[in-house]
Structures are given as structure tokens and as C-alpha cells.
Design a protein. Sequence first.
Length: 294
Amino acid sequence: MAGLKRSVSGLWLVLLALASHPLWADVPATAPAMLLAEVYEANIDVTQYWVSEKYDGVRAQWDGQTLRFRGGGVVPAPLWFTQNFPAVPLDGELWIGRMQFDLLSATVRRIEPLDSEWRQVRYLIFELPDAAGDFSSRIQQMHALVTQAAVPWLQLVEQSRTVNRDTLMQHLERVIRSEGEGLMLHRADAPYLTGRSDVLLKLKPWQDAEAVVVAYSPGKRKYRGMTGALTMEMPDGKRFQLGSGLSDALRRQPPPIGTRITYRYQQLTKNGLPRFARYLRIREDFQGSTQPDQ
């Protein structure tokens, strides 16, 4: 009996030690509240908005002490990356460059961060959670914070105003030609809000959606012996084939059944299926979410 008591006591001490370990202590009860964008519509008065590029990065929120993914998990960044960040909440995007999401994703999800990889990463901020004033005043506050911090990889997302819809579309065209994602529009007079709201709009020449891999179609001709397409199931149960955009590496080793995929398309057919669907990326979870959408 004494031996059993010692075993139970020892197990209890181990559990207490695990509970106090940083990897456990840092897991929040809930994800941080964030502002999420609605889709731009042509009847919007664009003169009421600040405009910025939509970055294809990993959303992350700094709470003044810890950098977290959208889902709440701690970003495993090197200590030097955040040690001189302001002691106030920031919201932004971890980013390396246009068309570099896969490289960024591999970098920020590595449990043991590599300095050589993180030296490429920037934290682009576009919001001050819970700060007073409208968005125009918060831009000024963010500028002051970034200037004072003097951290090269902590940068403010460039914001500008536009005079009409034609000018906005010209801006969009320049970004797309440079392989950018699109534009974000944030109402100048908006207080800080969370949840999905039309004070923040995303403008892209295509739509993004998610579906789950349920089967594979064999490849033909040059893809013989590999995967030709992924059979995808949409939330409403409709299925479609997704082959465009798959790399040879993905065709040789396709995502497992049940994987959630983000794909891009132009519009829906009359049957509710995506037209010109193209593989974009695997929807990953790093104790949180790396969804690119703001």
C-alpha cells in the first residue's frame, strides 16, 4: 500500500510539473478576438476608407507579452524577434513576401525556430486592439509605436486614401500585376471592433473558399502514377475535382483524406460549383489558425 501511495504521489508531482511547463501555461482558454473583413461591393463609397495591400501571410496578434496565432496558440518565434515589441496589443500579419506563403508557413510552425529563417520574417501591423479613437487616429498611434520601437522587422502596413472607384481599381491592378493578393479597405471613422464587420473590406479579383479532400483521381499521361486531381467536398456536400495548381510534389504525395484545403475560384456555376478552381494551400493549424484572410 505504501508503494502505491508513493507511486500516486510521484505521478501527481509529474502532472503538476507538466501543468506549469510553458508549453501548457501559454495555451489560452479562448482565441483572441479579431476584426474580420466582409467582401467589397461596388456601391461602397471608397472615399470613406483607408486602403492597403492584402498580405498573404499568417495573422498574428501581440498581446503586449506574447505573440499568438489567430486560433490562440503561441507563435514559436525566437525570443529576439519580439523582445523589443511595444508593451501594448498589436494586430497584424507575419509575412516574408509575395508568393512566399509556403515558406512562411514552414518557418512559423517550426517548434524549434531557426534564426536564419526568422530573419526573413516581418510583422506587419494594421490594427491596435482596444485602442481609443477612430482608425485614422489609430494609424497615427501605430506609426508612433513602430518608430519608437525601432525594430526593423516590426513595420506598419502602408495606408492610403483613394478619390474614386476607378482609382481604387487601378491600385488593385498594380498590386495584382506584382503578384499581390488584393486590397483591404478600412473605414477611417471606425472605432476598434471585433468580429466580422463591413468597416473592414477585402477586394480581390477572385474568391477563396475551403473544402475537404475525400478522394483522389489517378493521373494520366505525364501524371501517370501520380494524383491527377483531388476530389473535394464543400460544406454543403457538393463535390468537385481540384487539379489545377497542384505541384508535382503534391501529386506524388497528396494531402491525406480529411485535409482541409483552401482553393481559389472566379465564380460559382448555376449548380453551385466553383468555376476555374485552383489549389491554393493546405489549411493548417498551429495551435491556432494560419488563415490569410483578414
